[in-house]
Design a protein around this ligand. Sequence first.
Ligand code: PLP
Length: 387
Amino acid sequence: MSDLHEKGLPKNVIFQKLKTRLQQDLTYMSGRILGSMCTEPHSFAKRVYMQCLEKNLGDPHLFPATAELEREVIRMFGSLLSNPNAYGYIVSGGTEANILALWTARNLAKRKKHEVIASASSHFSFDKAADLLGLKLIKIGLNSRFQVDIKAVEESITPNTVAIVGNAGTTDLGVVDSIPELSEIALANDVYFHVDAAFGGFVLPFLKSQGLQAPAFDFRFPGVHSITIDPHKMGLAPIPAGGILFKDASIVEPIGMKVSYLAGGEANLATLVGTRSGASSIAAWALLMHLGRAGYEAVVKRCMKLTWMLAEGVRQIDGVSLVTQPTINVVGIKSDIIAVQLITKELRKKGWAISLFPHHIRIVVMPHTELSHVKAFLNDLRKITKE
Ligand code: PLP
């Protein structure tokens, strides 16, 4: 680290420094990153993003065309999720989207209720949201298929329940909760129901056309108030690009703020951050237009094919096994005879960037993963378990 130079350095010197410094970062293209839900953004989306860096949706009337493109992205997501009338925003990520959902739920309940029912597998962004919003997160255990235990959810509802959270693609195993049943419970008890499909939202809608089972999770269930769906995960969009969709515009009214001083004129804003990347929306729009449904189906098909190969490979290695049959491109590997912490340590020594959960290793087969990477990983896993 150094202090701020008195005089600036030439650009070529800085580029050289950056080249050296950034070499320490892992790259997706190396194939070593097998434990991330992010990937190399699509080259077309990167090009578009670079052209729009100055667009600020925190002042939407200055950039009405960008704001319209954001609305179109939300409409496309809405139609993907069985509700073309959905309202929402492209935000900084799944965390912000989940915070916005619980913020909305709390304010719809006029701040009079304070309990949120989620699952033991819900992403830690809900812990953050609960902490920020003064809510109590009640974590429900899982059934034998690693879905939230529906009966326990039902029994945990109290007059103080402000919201239920369901997962459509859990962070640890890619499991989808029984959204139809959670929707019924939410309706019966008149509570807000949020579905976190931050990762699964760009996978599940594209499974069916390939003859694969895709649990239903979206706005077709009338209890669903909002859904998180992140373009910067399986959507191949540049970071930052999360997505939050509400059933309709009226739901977000309790968190909207009229801001009158904006250069573009008064606007009603209901996101967490003020200044907000317009490039994220524009790049997501361009990519959706470019890939279309068929493009995303091809991406998901390829990832799922490699997922099955990885799963089959794991099954054939003595000493390790699958936690559960993968629903989407997330694979959990466990062992009954070796501590997964030890296996992880050895895999990391060999350069694999994988995720460690308390009882399993998580592999996410992202679009940057090639067959050769899967084979090399399985070889190393076999060697390590043998040793
Ligand atoms: N929800 C789920 C299911 C996730 O897996 C993640 C991140 O992996 C998030 C939310 C948070 O997303 P972000 O890291 O974009 O804030």
